[in-house]
Design a protein around this ligand. Structure first.
Ligand code: GLP
Length: 262
């Protein structure tokens, strides 16, 4: 696991955007896994800026989002489809037909989930998956207790997640209580993972995920099993880590060896 710590949220967003840019430059037809939540917003803004000012192209990119609320139609303002369109897709040259987000209104979640997995597999798998982390350690909507080998499926949301996400809805009662999410097993099959975390409210759970034992109670600890993960943390999100000095040292050593960070 590579742990990159920067002072501010802006700096980690830019560093993560640079990694995404490098991967698209190397493989223009990248299969990109995308995430929602407030954390990746600035990263998307950076990518939009790179599209506008640095000629970064998304025409050949195909994307798969991690999750969607169950019960919300794609035009609901709090649906993740709406989030992705307004925050990212509407501002770049990606073909919307190449963007995939679980269908929150499917009548048959099981059949839909199998189809979603098939689409990912059919395109050769996800090259780079972006992740955030919930305050209870979830990735996608895989709540504590999710199997490390879980696949895309309909899940019930934890009360903590419902209350964390209530800020986006007019009333707490409006927050959906379930979602369709890629499983942890699905996420671990991506060739590369990056996770962003910002703010003190994530510090304890980030430390548990990176430095604690593997546990389904901290779904993000599953990342320890993946061979190619980079975590981008701002100082507050990194504040409970015990090995910060080592992470800085490891980053410096890579640079001294002339290895490109991204
Ligand atoms: C949601 C999403 C997750 C996201 C998490 C954290 O529940 N399903 O993918 O990582 O929230 O959100 P935020 O970045 O707003 O803290």
């Amino acid at each position: 696991m590579r742990v990159i710590i920067r002072k501010t949220y802006e700096e980690i967003s830019l560093a993560a955007a640079n990694l995404v840019k490098a991967r698209i430059k190397k493989k223009p037809e990248l299969i990109l896994g995308l995430a929602t939540g407030s954390t990746p917003v600035k990263l998307y803004q950076e990518l939009i800026r790179m599209y506008q000012e640095e000629k970064l192209r998304f025409v050949f990119v195909k994307s798969f989002n991690l999750d969607e609320y169950y019960g919300l139609s794609s035009d609901h303002p709090q649906s993740y489809r709406c989030f992705m369109n307004t925050r990212f897709f509407d501002h770049i040259d990606i073909d919307k037909a190449n963007t995939h987000i679980p269908d929150g209104r499917t009548k048959d979640p099981e059949e839909f989930s199998a189809w979603y997995e098939e689409q990912i597999r059919g395109m050769g798998g996800i090259d780079l998956q972006l992740l955030g982390i919930g305050s209870d350690g979830h990735i996608g909507f895989n709540e504590p207790g999710s199997s490390f080998s879980s696949r895309t499926r309909l899940v019930a949301l934890d009360a903590q997640t419902v209350s964390d996400n209530a800020r986006f809805f007019e009333r707490k009662e409006d927050v959906p209580l379930s979602a369709i999410t890629m499983g942890i097993g699905t996420i671990l099959e991506a060739k590369e993972l990056i996770l962003l975390a910002s703010g003190e409210s994530k510090a304890e759970v980030v430390a548990a995920a990176i430095e604690g034992p593997l546990s389904s109670m901290i779904p993000a600890s599953a990342l320890q099993l993946h061979p190619r993960v980079t975590l981008f943390l701002d100082e507050t999100a990194a504040s409970a880590l015990t090995r910060k000095r080592y992470y800085h040292f490891a980053e410096e050593s890579e640079q001294n060896l002339g290895r490109e960070l991204f």
